[in-house]
Write a protein that binds this ligand. Sequence first.
Ligand code: GLN
Length: 191
Amino acid sequence: GEVTGILALQGAFAEHAAMLDRLGAPWRLVRDLDDLDDSIGRLILPGGESTTQGKLLKSTGLMEPIAARIADGMPVFGTCAGMILLASHLDNDPNVYFAALDATVRRNAYGRQLGSFATTATLTLGDDSRIADFPVVFIRGPFVAQVGSEAHVVAEVDGNVVALRQGNVLATAFHPELTEDTRLHEYFLSL
Ligand code: GLN
């Protein structure tokens, strides 16, 4: 699979497509099972509203085949709501979706003041890769309440974990696709 799929059921999928265009990387919006063919080699799960995305994943039949591909090692990059879809536990929501990331995540846990803000962080990606001064933009992002032993912390802001990596799974509580900085998308394409 040469093409990056971008789950496009709801949320900020167009911004991810724009990032991949900047990098000259082929992509396809994934809205139904026909879109998820063998040409898709990796998948981005965009920010948005995780409950809505979860319902649409079930109604389209995409939930199980995507979960199977992630379990098979397909690289997946979840941003914000996408991190919620990847987490193995949610501590304030009865749902669990792909359960591919050994972490407990709390939805909408930052207060109104901290809910949306921008800063920079160093990303330590778990191999020899490191991205310094990366702009991190939060929009009511998930709070990482607990990190399990399988997951590696990629970044923290003010003592809070804001990005995680677990093998083929990369997840950020922030929105790299809303910045001009393509480095994290480029890194994801190298996985
Ligand atoms: N609050 C959203 C949710 O719980 C996630 C926020 C986002 O993706 N910007 O689904």
